[in-house]
Design a binder for this molecule. Sequence first.
Ligand code: AQP
Length: 327
Amino acid sequence: MRILTGIQPTNNLHIGNLFGALIPATKLQEEHELFMMVADYHAITTLKDPKRLTENTLFTAAAYLSAGIDPARTTLFVQSSVAAHTELAWILQTIARMGEANRMTQFKDKSQTGAEKAPVGLFTYPMLMAADILLYGTEGVPVGEDQKQHVELTRDLAERFNRDFGETFLIPEPIIQSNGARIKSLTEPEKKMSKSAPSAKSYILLTDEEDMLAKKIRGAVTDSEREITLDDERKGLLNLITIFSLCTEYTKEEVSERYQHSGMKVFKDDLVMALNQYLAPIRMNMQEYSDDRAGLLEVLQTGNEAAEMIANQYLKTTRERIGILRP
Ligand code: AQP
């Protein structure tokens, strides 16, 4: 199956991105044809800092590789390097309906300053996401529940285009990731861990060293009950147990049984140790990739070229179908 996935370079990546996107991608690449992009044109809907965008783009690519994405198997590329994305996004905007775009709940969630002041690109980004997907003949798109609506919009747009202009696009399926890998904020465990959250205490970055991990885990919001139990209502604790389970061989049940009577301090100290052990090799790889900027750029150039060949083919057919003249 051909699969496309991406991460926005809005900040350094956190363990939610790692467990929810990077690690699953390393498994997917074993059996599928994977396209992984650094979604920089999506990131500029919120990030307005040129230097950080450039650095984050390289950093995101380094994180993909450090977590085990193999560029010999997976096409790793930068979204903006393939101009077809924005061109197809425009064409799709002429096909999408205002009513459909208005129904996208992410715009409502993300335009916290109010729709009046939100960038137009934040409103139209589902059409760019649809273009990202359709340009590669993508069959599967791994998404969390929050992005499912955008894959459904992509399907609707592709079906409408095929009906009106002739069979052109494959209809993609969402691959819904299990809730188990949904990591929550350390400070507000009812929300998901997020790179652009205002407080750095709410997330654990892949680059956080042991003392920083310790500070953040010790400060993580739990509750006043003494016992460690597996309880959906104890959201902060459940999140820490989930993280413990993901970076060890233990299931969540095993973690909670093991630490039931040991007290929160021992549990948190052991979690810091386990997480640090898990992250240390990734951190080291990331340092190496980041130090070799030329090597990283070369990997991305190769990926960009491979992606462009496929995307341009789809775009060419699309233009022809709608009657665009290319003298
Ligand atoms: N907390 C999370 N737990 C599990 N998976 C997560 N992902 C994000 N947060 C968690 C997954 O990581 C990928 C990154 O997607 P994105 O960069 O396009 O944006 P996002 O989903 O909105 O992630 P962030 O970190 O919250 O970024 P910002 O703050 O920039 O919006 C996706 O596969 C996502 O499911």
